[in-house]
Design a protein around this ligand. Structure first.
Ligand code: DX5
Ligand code: ZN
Length: 216
């Protein structure tokens, strides 16, 4: 399976979003990760649909939209219309996960399920055959630039076993505190997609970092 990189726009210079997205276009990155926060599911607000629409106009990479919002199903069609290709929702924010995943698929998007650090892998046992990607949060969601939680490696290994056991084709994505030091170990533990904000956008040579992360 491939090694994919999804730069998170949250850490970009918002005064120069076009430049940030064009950098991602020219890089070896595979997806553009967009973090939507509602100030309720997480204690922070980020950006909403107008930025997704704008990113879609500039980005040549698929948009990987991470919804950190309560009752995310209220907005599925709006995110699809804005240009989302992958839509990830939090298991903790959704009462009817199976129905929500079906709706995302019916709208023509890939469906992802995110797990907070405290949420056990076993909570995905019944739903894993239906999902395209699982997003393991390796920090508590809501902010960029936090410290990677070391127990995430074990969780990723458990997730990989569950995926194999259930014969699922789901990818594993990891998000939060990802850097050049832990990238290789994360791929080895079974990750397919690395999300990284600070590591990429705060570096003077982001394209080189993306290249290096892929080969880590
Ligand atoms: C955090 C977001 C992340 C964030 C990662 O809630 O889901 O995507 O941008 O930022 P870094 O890579 O700086 O930890
Ligand atoms: Zn994210």
């Amino acid at each position: 399976m491939g090694r994919y990189i999804a730069p998170s726009l949250l850490a970009a210079d918002f005064a120069n979003l076009r430049q940030a997205i064009e950098m991602v276009n020219q890089s070896d990155a595979d997806l553009l990760h967009l973090d939507i926060m509602d100030g309720q599911y997480v204690p922070n607000l980020s950006f909403g649909i107008p930025i997704v629409k704008t990113a879609k106009k500039i980005s040549t990479k698929p948009l990987d939209v991470h919804l950190m919002i309560v009752q995310p199903e209220r907005y599925f069609s709006q995110f699809r219309d804005a240009g989302a290709n992958h839509l990830t929702i939090h298991i903790e924010a959704c009462n009817h996960l199976h129905r929500a995943i079906e709706e995302i698929h019916e709208l023509g998007m890939k469906a992802g399920v995110a797990l907070n650090p405290h949420t056990p892998v076993s909570f995905l046992e019944e739903i894993i055959p239906f999902v395209d990607q699982v997003l393991i949060m390796s920090v508590n969601p809501g902010f960029g630039g936090q410290k990677f939680i070391e127990t995430s490696y074990d969780k990723i290994r458990k997730m990989r076993s569950l995926i194999e056991q259930e014969h699922s084709s789901s990818l594993i994505e990891v998000d939060g505190g990802v850097d050049l030091q832990n990238a290789g170990k994360l791929f080895e533990a079974g990750v397919n997609i690395l999300v990284a904000g600070t590591t990429i956008f705060h570096d003077p040579d982001p394209k080189a970092i993306i290249r290096a992360m892929k080969k880590a």
